[in-house]
Design a protein around this ligand. Structure first.
Ligand code: ZN
Length: 239
């Protein structure tokens, strides 16, 4: 049940099937010269859409913006603060809750540390505030890292590399521009730098030359299966 395509009546009917909503978070962030700026949002949304074909699941319109630190100086990265990320999630969950939703899966395609922690903080405050909700906050990477290990050749592949390039080649091939180059940035140990691009010129962390459509299909299917598993576990979860 893709909320952006539903009517008021569809939403009302949907509530008879499930009280679970999947909220995809992404980012507007450079992903090298070869992938679109909305790579994280596309991946998180795609996975929710596919999971909702397997089980009854509301899929919220994605939150396109995220907090991006290390890529903030790269062209095209449009970042919001962690306070905004946190407020967005809290406001969205409170409103869904007022419409009868009880189980919330927040999956972020953008896995930046501060962004992820802002979502977790919001989730912790929400479960303290609303006593009848259940919440999960995860990144795609956390869901798939163990099961997907055998599929990925590049150790430490993290951003616009083998994994993300494969995913977009599979689901949105028309948005891939050529092939990116292998890159592993080195930032000065412990020192905060303003000009982050100096240490990370091409905005890739990993090896996009190892990407393939087949890997993308397998990785996506894996994350979809994990989302379905998580939704069922959340719905049956009792503390
Ligand atoms: Zn990404």
């Amino acid at each position: 049940m893709i909320i952006e395509e539903m009517t008021m009546g569809d939403f009302e009917e949907g509530l008879k099937l499930t009280r679970t909503v999947y909220i995809p978070f992404g980012s507007v962030e450079e992903h090298g010269y070869h992938l679109p700026l909305s790579t994280d949002t596309i991946q998180a949304y795609e996975v929710g859409k596919r999971a909702s074909k397997i089980i009854p699941l509301f899929v919220a319109p994605p939150v396109h913006y995220g907090c991006c630190r290390s890529t903030s100086r790269h062209p095209g990265t449009i970042s919001i603060t962690t306070a905004t990320v946190k407020s967005l999630l809290k406001d969205i969950v409170r409103s869904f809750h007022s419409h009868g939703m009880q189980n919330f899966i927040v999956l972020t395609g953008h896995a930046g540390g501060s962004h992820r922690m802002a979502l977790q903080d919001a989730g912790e405050e929400l479960i303290a505030e609303l006593s009848d909700i259940r919440m999960a906050v995860v990144t795609e990477y956390e869901l798939a890292k163990d099961a997907g290990r055998y599929l990925v050749e590049t150790a430490g592949d993290a951003h616009a590399g083998e994994i993300e390039t494969s995913r977009i080649m599979h689901s949105h091939p028309h948005l891939v521009v050529g092939t990116g180059e292998r890159e592993f940035p080195t930032f000065p140990m412990g020192i905060l730098v303003r000009n982050k691009r100096k240490y990370w010129p091409n905005g890739v962390w990993g090896d996009p030359t190892k990407a393939s459509v087949e890997k993308g299909a397998k990785l996506e299917a894996l994350v979809v299966a994990k989302v379905v598993e998580l939704a069922l576990a959340l719905e049956g979860f009792e503390e």
